[in-house]
Design a protein around this ligand. Structure first.
Ligand code: ASP
Ligand code: MG
Length: 408
């Protein structure tokens, strides 16, 4: 079997942990598997480097930033190779240009374009463990790039796709994907199998187990991803293609997001071009709008409500206040005390009534819904922030997630 493994920053956070990782890899080798390993920088290292740069100059150039932060992964990969070699397991570490892992030119957020496999195959054939520095790439012109925070997951999945590995194991400090945040829902369970689409919805909601881009990559190239703990041998969560059994599960998980704020513009003249006037300048400022609701009113005007990241709330409010005056809207109002609660499940596609059940559960607990949005496999409601825990717990119980999966 060919296995690609990725170890996150905490898993290689100090020398003892690096030895631990080496021992785990050695076990796979003893079982006869070929192993390619991707490592993150040691815990805290990327932040440390970024802070150094920002202390030095207010706006470091993106090229130099990538030169700087790409070093974190070089350190951890070399150390891991040394640990393995010392244990008698031949290993070699590589940074992106040696393989090469080619990306586009977008410093700090580069996309992988191509991975050559000859060198990797040769090393494997010669009986070595191959250790690859995650997070980094090289452009056509030989510039070092990085893939964005958390990008080592993407390196691992991309390598697994290029090498047609049997599985990509992501070792991290949590033991899998849960039906809800265990800090809020003590009865949350580890999910054994989940589809790429469900994982994407859960990840984008703030279930920060896997970097979103790595899941998109895994979905396109059908790479089975196993998210598991580097501190135990327990199986974690398999992220795989959707199968029939998944469709039977109405709701796989409940998530929440408290990082958004709501802005409402009342009495917008109901004529062409108004939405473009409001959202154009917001987009120009690089502010990402999430939910948008427009309601027509009998008086020929419309009300518009939408959400933006809390961090950009003030800036967005300034823009909207200005535009509202220009277009003659009646009033602008907003709130930072909101939360978005979502239920996700592949089974929603085939089963009606999931949304109405969600609304009923919230109603039964006296929770008012401000906004609703849906996708094929997700329903989100914006509520008052103070009810977040209550809502998540109530939904978790109502959809049977406290027990084994509900099938119909
Ligand atoms: N070291 C990088 C970061 O902290 C990449 C990674 O850990 O995946 O974002
Ligand atoms: Mg990390």
């Amino acid at each position: 079997m060919l296995v690609v493994q990725k170890y996150g920053g905490t898993s290689v956070g100090d020398l003892d942990r690096i030895r631990n990782v080496a021992r785990r890899i050695a076990k796979y080798r003893d079982e006869g598997h070929d192993v390619v390993v991707v490592v993150s920088a040691m815990a805290g290292e990327t932040d440390r480097l970024l802070n150094l740069a920002r202390e030095l100059v207010p706006e470091p150039s993106p090229r130099e930033l990538d030169m700087l932060v790409a070093t974190g992964e070089q350190v951890s990969s070399a150390l891991l190779a040394m640990a393995l070699n010392a244990m008698g397991y031949p290993a070699r570490s590589f940074v992106a240009f040696q393989i090469p892992i080619k990306t586009d030119e977008l410093f700090g957020k580069a996309r992988i374009k191509d991975i050559a496999t000859e060198r990797l195959r040769k090393e494997l054939d010669e009986g070595r463990v191959v250790i690859v520095a995650g997070f980094q790439g090289i452009t056509e012109d030989g510039e070092i790039t990085t893939l964005g925070r958390g990008g080592s997951d993407t390196t691992a999945v991309a390598l697994a796709a290029a090498l047609k590995a049997d599985v990509c194991e992501i070792f991290t400090d949590v033991d899998g994907v849960y039906t809800a945040d265990p800090r809020i829902v003590p009865k949350a369970r580890k999910i054994a199998r989940i589809s790429y689409d469900e994982m994407l919805e859960l990840a984008s909601m703030g279930a920060k187990v896997l970097e979103i881009r790595s899941v998109e990559f895994a979905k396109i190239y059908k790479v089975p991803v196993h998210v598991r703990s580097s501190f135990s041998d327990e199986p974690g969560t398999m992220v795989v293609e959707e199968d029939e059994s998944m469709e039977k599960v109405l709701v796989s998980g409940v998530t929440y997001n408290r990082n958004e704020a709501r802005i409402s513009v009342y009495g917008v003249p109901d004529k062409p071009g108004m939405a473009a006037k409001i959202f154009g300048p917001i987009a120009d400022e690089g502010i990402v709008v999430d939910m948008i609701i427009q309601t027509g009113r009998p008086d020929g005007r419309a009300d518009m409500t939408f959400t933006v990241p809390k961090l950009e709330y003030k800036r967005a409010m300034e823009i909207v206040n200005r535009v509202a005056e220009e277009i003659g809207a009646e009033k602008v109002e907003g709130s930072e005390d909101i939360a978005k609660v979502s239920i996700v499940g592949a089974g929603m596609r085939a089963h009606p009534g999931v949304a109405s059940k969600m609304f009923q559960v919230l109603a039964d607990h006296g929770i008012n819904i401000h906004m609703i949005s849906t996708s094929e496999i997700k329903i989100s409601c914006v509520i008052d922030e103070k009810y977040t825990e209550l809502a998540v717990r109530a939904l978790h119980e109502a959809f049977g997630l406290d027990r084994e999966p509900e099938t119909e």
